[in-house]
Design a protein around this ligand. Structure first.
Ligand code: UD1
Length: 420
C-alpha cells in the first residue's frame, strides 16, 4: 500500500487550482442513465471513486469515452445490464446512486446492498422507502436490492424522516421520469444537490425549489443529452484553506467559489484568518499568526459540513486555547483523534464530542489513514509536526483528493509518495 512521507515545517504558501467536485460528479454520472442520448460531463476530478462509477456504468454496457481533460462522453443507449455488482459496490457506497435512475428509466434495478463503513452504519432505508412510495416493489435477496416498477414510477409526496444527501439525490433523479408530480420534503440542500438539479434541468427535467428543503418535480416522458460541467469541490477547497490556517500560511485557490463554503469561511475567520474572495477564487492569509481554537458542530447544509470536521480537529490540535468539536451526522467519525494524539495532540473524547487543548506543535510519527476525511486531517497534522510523518493506507486520500502531493509540493511542502 502506498504511503505519503511528509516533512513538517514552515507555513504553506502559494496558489493552486481546485478540482471538480467528487460528490457532485458521482450523482451526475449516475444521472446520465436517465438520458435518451449521449451526455458530455466535464470538470470531473481524476479520482478513484469517479473511476469506480465509470467502471460501474461500463459494466452495464454504457459507452464511455474520456478525453485528456477528463471530459467524458457517456452513451447510455448502449446499456445491456441493469445490475450494480457486489465487486464494485463494496469498494464505493455511492454506487447506490444508480438505483433511482436505473429503476425510473428501465423499470428494473438490481444493486448490491451497500454495507456499513469505517465512519458508521450508513443505512439506505430512506432511499428504498421513497422509491416504494413512488410505486416500486423492493426485495432484498442474496445481498442485492431488487427493485421493480414494470409500469414505471408514479409521482408521490414523500417526507424524508432524516436529511440525507444520497437519498435526496436518488429520489430526485427517479422523480424526473415518474408519471405526475413528486414532492420531496425535508430534502437535503447541499450545493452538490443544486448542481445535480441544474444538470437534470439542462437535460429537460422540470424541478422547482432547487436549493430549498422542498423539491417539486413534474415528471417528463424522457430526458435528452446535454453538456454539463461539474462544480468545484468545496471540501477540497476547505481542506487546503485549513492546511494554510493551521500552518500560519497563506494560500490562493483558483477555480472555486466562496458562496458554497459560507459556514467554513466563517469558522476560519473566527480562527483568525484574513479571507478575501472573488467570483472564482478564495485567498486566505494568517499573516504569520497561530490560529485560535474554534468550536464546531456538524449538521446538514447550510450548517457546518461533517466532511470538514476532521480537518478542523487537526487545526484545533495546534491552535491557541481549548475547543470542542461535535459530530452529529456519523457515529464513528472522530476516529482520527487517536492518531493525532500519537503525534502529541491532547484530545479527549466525550460521547460524540472531541475536547481539544491546543499544543504549540505536533511531532512526526507513523500514522494510519482510516477514512477519506480522517486521512486529510493526518496530512494537515503532518504539516504542523516537527520531523517526518509517514501516512499509511493513503488509498483513502486518493478517493477524494486529486494530485494531493503535487498540489502540496506547489505550496512548498516536502512530501513524497512511496509505493508500499
Ligand atoms: C454524502 C456524502 C458524504 C457526506 C454526507 C453527509 C457523497 C458521495 N457522500 O454521503 O461525503 O459526509 O453526504 O454530508 O455525496 N441515513 C439514514 N438512512 C438513509 C440514508 C442516510 O439513516 O437512507 C443517515 C446516515 O446514516 C447519516 C445521515 O443520514 O447518519 C446522513 O447521511 P447521508 O446524507 O445520506 O450521507 P451520504 O449521502 O451517504
Amino acid at each position: 500500500m502506498d504511503k505519503l512521507i511528509i516533512k513538517g515545517g514552515g507555513p504553506i504558501k502559494g496558489e493552486i487550482k481546485i478540482s471538480g467536485s467528487k460528490n457532485s460528479g458521482l450523482p451526475i454520472l449516475a444521472a446520465t442513465l436517465l438520458a435518451r442520448d449521449p451526455m458530455h460531463i466535464c470538470n470531473l476530478p481524476h479520482l478513484n471513486d469517479i473511476t469506480t462509477m465509470l467502471a460501474l456504468l461500463r459494466c452495464m454496457g454504457v459507452g464511455i469515452t474520456i478525453d485528456e481533460k477528463m471530459c467524458v462522453e457517456i452513451d447510455p443507449t448502449l446499456l445491456t445490464e441493469c445490475e450494480a455488482p457486489y465487486e464494485l459496490v463494496k469498494t464505493m457506497r455511492a454506487s447506490i446512486l444508480v438505483l433511482g435512475p436505473m429503476l425510473a428509466r428501465f423499470g428494473v434495478a438490481d444493486v448490491s446492498f451497500p454495507g456499513g463503513c469505517a465512519i458508521g452504519s450508513r443505512p439506505v432505508d430512506i432511499h428504498l422507502k421513497g422509491l416504494e412510495a413512488m410505486g416500486a416493489t423492493i426485495e432484498i435477496d442474496g445481498g442485492y436490492i431488487r427493485a421493480r416498477a414494470p409500469q414505471g414510477l408514479k409521482g408521490a409526496h414523500f417526507v424524508m424522516e432524516k436529511v440525507t444527501v444520497g437519498g435526496t439525490e436518488n429520489l430526485l433523479m427517479a422523480a424526473c421520469l415518474a408519471e405526475g408530480t413528486t414532492v420531496l420534503e425535508n430534502a437535503a440542500r447541499e450545493p452538490e444537490i443544486v448542481d445535480l438539479a441544474e444538470c437534470l434541468i439542462a437535460m429537460g427535467a422540470k424541478i422547482k425549489g432547487v436549493g430549498s428543503d422542498r423539491l417539486e418535480i413534474e415528471g417528463v416522458k424522457d430526458l435528452h443529452g446535454c453538456v454539463y460541467s461539474v462544480m468545484p469541490d468545496r471540501i477540497e477547497t476547505g481542506t487546503y484553506l485549513v492546511a494554510a490556517a493551521a500552518t500560519r500560511g497563506s494560500i490562493k485557490l483558483r477555480r472555486t467559489r466562496a458562496d458554497i463554503l459560507t459556514s467554513v469561511l466563517k469558522k476560519l475567520e473566527e480562527a483568525g484568518a484574513k479571507i478575501t474572495s472573488g467570483d472564482d477564487w478564495i485567498e486566505l492569509d494568517m499573516e504569520g499568526r497561530r490560529p485560535r481554537g474554534v468550536n464546531i458542530r456538524t449538521a446538514p447544509y447550510p450548517a457546518f459540513p461533517t466532511d470538514m470536521q476532521s480537518q478542523f480537529t487537526a487545526m484545533n490540535a495546534v491552535a491557541e486555547g481549548a475547543s470542542a468539536v461535535t459530530e452529529t451526522i456519523f457515529e464513528n467519525r472522530l476516529i482520527q483523534i487517536h492518531e493525532l494524539n500519537r503525534m502529541g495532540a491532547t484530545i479527549g473524547l466525550e460521547g460524540n464530542t472531541a475536547l481539544i487543548n491546543g499544543v504549540e506543535r505536533l511531532k512526526g510519527a507513523p500514522v494510519m489513514a482510516s477514512d477519506l476525511r480522517a486521512s486529510a486531517s493526518l496530512v494537515i497534522a503532518a504539516l504542523v509536526a516537527d520531523g517526518e510523518t509517514i501516512v499509511d493506507r493513503i488509498y483513502h486520500i486518493d478517493r477524494g483528493y486529486e494530485c494531493i502531493e503535487e498540489k502540496l509540493q506547489l505550496l512548498g511542502v516536502d512530501i513524497r509518495r512511496v509505493p508500499g
